[in-house]
Design a protein around this ligand. Structure first.
Ligand code: TRP
Ligand code: SF4
Length: 405
């Protein structure tokens, strides 16, 4: 069953600082963040500890990438007025939560996360048989649960990590959400909502528990969301009581699958630094032109008079991202009839990419020139994130019996 987050409107996502951001990041992840930041309360962070799990031997790249990455976010339009931007290691509570969760996470759950073995095979040049790398997905769970995020925008490869997070949350709540006298406390909490709301809650709870009425469940959750007069602890009891369990301290998140980026690399494969097929967000215009001019096309077009098939050409993929219908038609016609040359065909793409990058460059330059501002944005974001993190960690310590105050 889908236990809901009491912060369903909260979104959290992280990005590893392991090199320059490129058009693949922009069209895949960042445009999505920019959209989400207007719809939800968003937390976006630089996952520097995650980067360290794979790059512990060449950790300088992390330091070199962190600020560039933040500047790229800002330059494409991630707005620190709407979203909270922070650096993971600036909120050390993530490490504490990771540690505490590690106590109750079965080793087998981590060993069976597909990325564990996949990445070890794929990144053969790195020794990933470390404790930290095995714990990577659990650190991610700590990131997510810390903010009680309801939605986690991730790519396909990360869905298993969110799934693990759900299991970890469920286990945590099962172990630590069972307190003595739970039912009685829950019933007292119901009363605290006031007569009218209490009655409504009880009816909805009954409808859900006796008839499995999912709509009633949603309504009851919505009702709880709006309660101002009850404590956080009581709210958690009431979320749990609704479903017939204990307190829900760490709500289960859901993944919000980022639509696969249509942005191909220069060779037609997925754009990725390790394939050497990227156009970075800071690529200068001449370099953009050069990279696009020299990118491969349909091998059948040896000479300009040889007709080609756009579907066999990575340039066509780019037209699908950047060109209007008319231009696409022109490509299809011209390629198949050998009416246009490949350099000619690339012209509109070169223009489109340069035009797309121009305002990004300009804003990046402004932020480069004003590092103070960038630092302030991150300092403020990290403070804000830390306030939330402290609340969660206090609660976690309490329910685990580590509160000695
Ligand atoms: N593992 C993610 C990636 O490689 C980055 C990440 C770390 C993350 N913590 C997260 C993403 C929490 C979403 C939520 O892309
Ligand atoms: Fe590719 Fe365009 Fe050349 Fe056809 S004309 S092979 S689509 S670059």
């Amino acid at each position: 069953m889908n236990s809901i987050s009491n912060k369903q409107h909260r979104v959290l996502s992280g990005m590893r600082p392991t090199g320059a951001l490129h058009l693949g990041h922009y069209h895949g992840v960042l445009k999505n963040w920019i959209k989400l930041q207007h719809e939800y309360e968003c937390y976006f962070f630089v996952a520097d500890w995650h980067a360290l799990t794979t790059h512990y031997e060449d950790s300088q790249i992390i330091q070199d990438s962190v600020w560039d990455m933040v500047i790229d976010w800002l330059a494409v339009g991630v707005n620190p007025g709407s979203a909270t931007l922070f650096i993971q290691s600036r909120v050390p509570e993530h490490a504490e939560l990771h540690l505490l969760l590690s106590m109750m996470t079965p080793l087998s759950w981590l060993e069976r996360v597909p990325s564990y073995k996949d990445q070890q095979l794929k990144l053969k040049e790195r020794d990933l048989s470390t404790y930290g790398f095995l714990g990577y997905p659990l650190l991610q769970s700590a990131d997510i649960l810390m903010y009680k995020a309801g939605l986690v925008p991730v790519g396909e490869d990360q869905v298993a990590h969110v799934e693990l997070t759900r299991e970890v949350a469920r286990r945590f709540n099962h172990l630590y959400g069972r307190e003595p006298g739970f039912e009685q406390r829950a019933e007292e909490a119901v009363k605290k909502m006031g007569k009218k709301n209490a009655k409504l809650y009880n009816n909805l709870r009954k409808a859900y528990q006796e008839q499995g009425d999912a709509e009633a469940l949603d309504k009851a959750r919505a009702l709880l969301e709006t309660q101002q007069n009850i404590t956080l602890g009581d709210k958690e009891r009431l979320f749990g009581y609704l479903e017939g369990g204990g307190r829900i301290i760490l709500p289960e998140p859901e993944s919000l699958l980022t639509p696969a980026s249509k942005m191909p690399g220069l060779d037609g494969q997925k754009m990725s630094k390790s394939y050497g097929n990227i156009i970075s967000l800071r690529e200068d215009p001449d370099q953009v032109e050069k990279k696009l001019r020299t990118m491969p096309t349909d091998p059948a077009r040896v000479r300009k008079t040889d007709p080609g098939t756009p579907e066999k050409c990575p340039v066509w993929n780019l037209h699908q991202v950047y060109s209007d219908e008319e231009t696409c038609h022109w490509v299809q016609e011209g390629c198949r009839s050998a009416g246009i040359g490949c350099i000619e065909c690339k012209g509109p793409i070169i223009d489109a990419v340069r035009k797309e990058l121009e305002p990004i460059h300009q804003r990046a330059q402004e932020f480069e020139a004003d590092h103070e501002q960038v630092r302030n944005i991150i300092n403020e974001g990290s403070e804000r994130a830390r306030d939330v993190a402290k609340q969660t960690i206090t609660e976690v310590r309490q329910v685990m019996g580590l509160d000695y105050s």
